[in-house]
Write a protein that binds this ligand. Structure first.
Ligand code: S3P
Length: 454
């Protein structure tokens, strides 16, 4: 089991004064996982700066080392990976423990697939509940043997990569960058072309990084919102420096906080603005938010900007289209908080994937809103939040080992009539270890509530 398990520690958020200041949130989680993985698959030395040093990414770093790469931390966010090359992985001596991380575990299954080795994948209680069949199905078609798997296609599971992997064309039933990435990473080890077709485009960091490391990859439009990605297998990946931009999914928390706390005016520096990640920002602007990109630029192959956020009054409820979901899949919990403070109903359509995140986020958000006195309902795969501009507060909100549920409801407590408590803030360290200090620096009254944990 994961070494990241620690005693639950509740936290409390109280009504706060206007948030002010300039902050930088940690490196993007998706890019951080991938930079370590690509460093492992390249021959020679890859230098990474701005790596997110959250528990999820540190578990990926450990897995890369267990598979034969030399992974070294040189300083804060500065890492060096000496890779073993495509097909050059060593068989690990022990199960790979990914803790809470779906991305780390699923991408690494694709990586292992392209090597004639056997590896066992495991994780914490939350990860052990998440579906892995969506990754195993295409990998089995490519020739990977699932030696062992827990009931329902869950962790722990053991994979054995074949000597000769078969390239495939895979039309993913779910818009998921994790599925796409696992198949493409496996495709690195197969001769010929591996193609992934997605009906809704999901985040494209894997495709970008493949090209950055010298692989031949083509991306074409497919239908109204989809893409077809084709990779030529068995390339020699060449080490390439990576500068990890700040994570828009982490920026979302101070950003929404500034939109709901009257008088706030903050700047969040160097945030990735890749259009496949900015559905939340678009939605909030539709709700009337004052969010401006300043100093927009390209850094390390990704669009980034400093984001200025000002409270200018109440937001208005909107209808969020289902096809926007892949570009804001991790942001619905914090959008629900913004919606609670808006005037009128916000309907978030097509949220089936939220049920299989670090928790069942659809249920966790609805229960949390109810615990804080907000009216909401689930209608099939849609969530409707009735905003009245005011939130009674309360709790405790059950976080179900989910970092984003914890952070979202702590943000909610910054303006509610009564404080909001969450039952456990420890999982925040998986993606945003600096959250408490960063929010306090802006003026937010959020603190750990250790006394009530005993
Ligand atoms: C991620 C993809 C998304 C997202 C996750 C990170 C990635 O998951 O929720 O936090 O880095 O590829 P799905 O691909 O399952 O939607």
């Amino acid at each position: 089991m994961s070494s990241t398990v620690s005693a639950p520690t509740p936290a409390i958020a109280r009504r706060s004064p206007a948030l002010k200041g300039t902050v930088r949130v940690p490196g993007d989680k998706s890019v951080s996982h991938r930079s370590l993985i690509f460093g492992t698959l390249a021959v020679g030395e890859t230098r990474i700066s701005g790596l997110l040093e959250g528990e999820d990414v540190l578990n990926t770093a450990k897995a890369c080392a267990a598979l034969g790469a030399r992974v070294e931390r040189l300083g804060e966010g500065e890492w060096r990976v000496n890779g073993v090359g495509v097909g050059g992985l060593r068989e690990p001596d022990a199960p790979l423990d990914f803790g809470n991380a779906g991305t780390g575990s699923r991408l690494m299954m694709g990586v292992v697939a392209g090597n004639p080795i056997t590896a066992t994948f495991d994780g914490d209680a939350s990860l052990r509940k998440r579906p892995m069949r969506r990754i195993l199905d295409p990998l089995e078609t490519m020739g990977v043997e699932v030696v062992d798997v827990a009931e329902g296609g869950r962790l722990p599971l053991t994979l054995k990569g074949p000597r000769d992997l078969v390239p495939i064309t895979y039309e993913s039933p779910v818009a998921s960058a994790q599925i796409k990435s696992a198949v493409l990473l496996a495709g690195l080890g197969a001769p010929g072309e591996t193609t992934v077709i997605e009906r809704e485009a999901s985040r494209d960091h894997t495709e970008r990084m493949l090209a950055h490391f010298g692989a031949e990859v083509t991306v074409e439009p497919h239908g109204a919102h989809g893409r077809k990605v084709t990779l030529k297998g068995r390339p020699e990946l060449k080490p390439a420096p990576i500068r990890v931009p700040a994570d828009p999914s982490s920026a979302a928390f101070p950003l929404v906080a500034a939109l709901i706390v009257p008088g706030s005016d903050i700047l969040i520096e160097g945030v990735m603005t890749n259009p496949l990640r900015t559905g939340l920002f678009i939605t909030l602007k539709e709700m009337g938010a004052d969010i401006a990109y300043e100093n927009a630029r390209v850094e390390g192959g990704e669009d980034v900007a400093d984001i200025r956020v000002r409270h200018t009054g109440r937001l208005t409820g909107v209808d969020v289209p289902a096809e926007r979901a892949p570009s804001m899949i991790d942001e619905y919990p914090i959008l629900a908080v913004a919606a609670a403070y808006a005037d009128g109903a916000t309907r978030m359509n097509g949220l089936s994937e939220l049920k299989v995140k670090e928790s069942d986020r659809l249920a966790a958000v609805a229960d949390g809103l109810a615990a804080a006195g907000v009216t909401c309902r689930i209608d099939g795969d849609d969530l409707i939040v009735e905003g009245t501009g005011a939130v009674p507060g309360g709790g405790p909100v059950a976080t179900h080992m989910d970092h984003r549920i914890a952070m979202s409801f702590l943000v909610m407590g910054l303006v509610s009539e009564n404080p909001v408590t969450v039952d456990d803030a420890t999982m925040i360290a998986t993606s945003f270890p600096e959250f408490m200090d960063l929010m306090a620096g802006l003026g937010a009254k959020i603190e750990l509530h250790e006394a009530s944990a005993r």
